[in-house]
Design a protein around this ligand. Structure first.
Ligand SMILES: [Zn+2]
Length: 271
């Protein structure tokens, strides 16, 4: 009997730790900014499967949002609307520039009439940026992942579903950059993307979500009106800082319940 009670208590503790179901729901008037990387099946033994959301899961997530009346915006649209954002608004973001954003994500975005913001690394080919964050992440897993060619980016933009944002020139770790180098990454990537794709680039995604406080004004000086981080959360448009927007991590390691809870409270887990 005691063992059963103990097992139940431990089970509840594990469930609570894993899903943080007690966390209060964020106001539906506060937009959800969802962070994705790849829309592809997980790979056996791969390090970065959290970044791979299976196409079936992505479709289920889009269908759920649409069926419940959530409305899709680009990040720039949300920031421009500010306090006038309607309730049940969300933004989909894709970081880095993986080819599956076109091959797998675009057809689903079109089916559910959703928009997205693509945060593209300008020099994204042949680069193993994972090791800039953790030196031992140098096995080239993300380097080998097919990236969007410039022609594929053109196709994405021509679809009308996508806003183009910058994710820097080289996916630099801004914590390791001095002010001059940081400014160069911000300015040069905006100029390169605008020149190459003939669109306005007004939004930035801090690579790895890493930066120093004194670098935030550089993003404004470079001409960005918004920038997204990897800090998890859901914020009121009356209080958010447009150059340090929080997002909700959509992980390929999450199940359906975790997705629902993340949309509800912004995060998952004991933090
Ligand atoms: Zn990235």
């Amino acid at each position: 009997m005691m063992a059963a009670v103990l097992a139940a208590a431990l089970g509840l503790a594990w469930f609570s730790f894993k899903y943080s179901w007690w966390r209060p729901a964020a106001d539906a008037a506060w937009p959800r900014v969802l962070m994705y990387h790849m829309i592809s099946a997980p790979r056996a033994g791969a390090r970065f499967n959290g970044l791979r959301v299976a196409p079936e899961s992505f479709e289920r997530q889009l269908r759920w949002l649409c069926e419940r009346g959530w409305q899709s915006f680009t990040v720039s649209e949300l920031v421009e609307l500010g306090a006038r954002v309607p309730p049940k608004a969300f933004a989909i973001t894709f970081d880095d520039g993986y080819a599956d954003n076109l091959l797998a994500a675009l057809p689903l975005l079109q089916r559910y009439r959703c928009k997205a913001t693509l945060y593209l690394v300008v020099e994204r080919f042949g680069r193993d940026w994972s090791s800039l964050r953790k030196a031992h992440h140098n096995d080239g897993e993300l380097q080998r992942e097919p990236k969007l060619t410039d022609e594929q980016v053109q196709t994405l933009l021509a679809s009308g579903c996508f806003e183009l944002g910058s994710h820097s020139m080289t996916h630099a770790n801004f914590r390791q950059l001095d002010m001059t180098a940081a400014r160069r990454e911000l300015v040069a990537s905006k100029q390169a993307l605008e020149a190459r794709f003939d669109v306005a680039v007004n939004s930035f995604a801090w690579p790895f979500g890493l930066y120093r406080a004194e670098q935030v004004p550089l993003a404004a000086q470079a001409g960005y009106s918004s920038a997204v981080t990897t800090h998890e959360g859901i914020e009121s448009p009356r209080q958010w800082q447009p150059l340090q927007l929080k997002r909700i991590k959509i992980s390929g390691r999450d199940g359906w319940l975790a997705f629902r809870l993340r949309l509800r409270s912004g995060r998952r887990g004991w933090r």
